[in-house]
Design a protein around this ligand. Sequence first.
Ligand SMILES: [Fe+2]
Length: 563
Amino acid sequence: MNQFTRRNFIRAALATTGSVVVSTPLQAMSRPQLPSEVTFEHGVASGDPLQDAVILWTRATPAAGTEPSAPTKVTWELSSDPEFKKIVRRGGAETDLARDFTVKIDVQGLQPNTAYYYRFIGASEQSPVGRTKTLPAAGIEQVKLAIFSCSNYPAGYFNAYQLAAASDDWDAVLHLGDYIYEYGSGGYATERAAEIGRALPEDNRGELYTITDYRKRYALYRTDAGLQALHAAAPFIAVWDDHEISNDTWKAGAQNHSEDEGDFFARRAAAVQAYYEWLPIRPPMGERNPQIYRSFRFGDLLDLHMLDTRVIGRDQQLDFKRYMDSEGNFDGRAFSAAMADPDRSLLGKPQLQWLQETLSTSTGHWQLLGQQVLMGKIHLPVEMMTSFYRGGSQNHTAELIGLKAASLQGKPLTESQRARLQHVVPYNLDAWDGYAVERELLYRHIKGLNKNLVVVAGDTHNAWYSHLKDAAGQMVGVEFAAPSVTSPGMETYLKMDEEAATEMAAGMPVLVDELQYCNLHQRGYMALTFRRDGVQAEWKYVDNIRSTEFVEVARHSVTHTLS
Ligand SMILES: [Fe+2]
């Protein structure tokens, strides 16, 4: 837990709205209160595990006809066996409308590296049983994480979550953001929603602005069977990306927020409140503070640092279009000057400083950064980017890949061919590529510490594996990026069928220096297994998101071994 002792945290949590029930050993086995008539239709969840604590979550929906302002009471049980024969902790919790009837218990005084089972109990209903696990203290041989991003309800069924829920050996599930999307009906990725039975409901059809809007969207997403199953199967460690607030959020605004949509910070506060209410998270600075970055220790094998590259410190992303004149000429000099500005930040100075200090003092064998946007350089020839902007052309791309392959094989290229390959620009200015000065600063710091660095990213909707290299071309670490659960990827933007997308994915690592692998068209998730001598990444893909009938269709696996 960053900057905060447990005692301070408890004080902060209690000082906010009394919204987290902290279970200390003193409270253990206290007499449960009489529970209310409730249902548990949004399932159960657990998260932010520590060596001795974990957050348990449910929503206790009051029975029809209940006075809406009345407090709602439930009891909860934590057991070391799934039949609840050996109950190790039991307590009561109260919730109400002020927190959307969500319930969070911070159960403390637990054993490390131990699986526990939990459930909530109302007057006449019990919740489903959830399984959770505390973090290991020491002496572990491996850590296994399932990694997700970009689950978009109208775009399809969350089969990737369902697939991962079938395994019961995850130490934790990392969610790197875009857990929900803020768009209304008719917005991004909603085209097939009605046809596949994923239309937004009548009372939540519009774009999200208010606390009620955001809460209803979380409630909708939590009806998905795959998402409920995965939450019940393993503890989540989550951070937001932009769509939990609004598209392309930065520290003082968002692409998808205009003045006529009201005050941005009021909207952001509503979004943050609903996120903290609905996610099984222990907000490091209390339930009203958007500072979400925090660390987790998996014995002496792995330190995980969850970062926020969107909300707390990001300067507004650059936009190629602002450097084009009316005739389409690109002002490269002005663009380069903006890119080189040392004051532009993605993390914000306090978070960067916290990360540098935390990395300096962390002693884990691996240092893992859990964050949103790609850190690896994806630099593409200018003419390829121009063609993307005009709607894409695979032949064009194939030609450039062919030229690059020839040059790598030592075949002579003409001057104009060389020029076509040499003039490259970052593909995505929204990613670390748009904040290259700060990235280099971070690389230099990590290189100086000589740590084993792994970065995970989401956001792009596609799978990527890159060797991270500093300005001198020295390897700093590796990056694995998760595909989306349902949001459309590159195949949709570039209108590629499966064959074209597969062909392009095979050529991209030839064209892009740091890139080792990518998948540009399949939905799924990523599994990472850390051992002392290396880390294995496995991307698992599902055959469809149009219905809940699905099969796993493909896997790709790579191992990064320490030399
Ligand atoms: Fe996304």
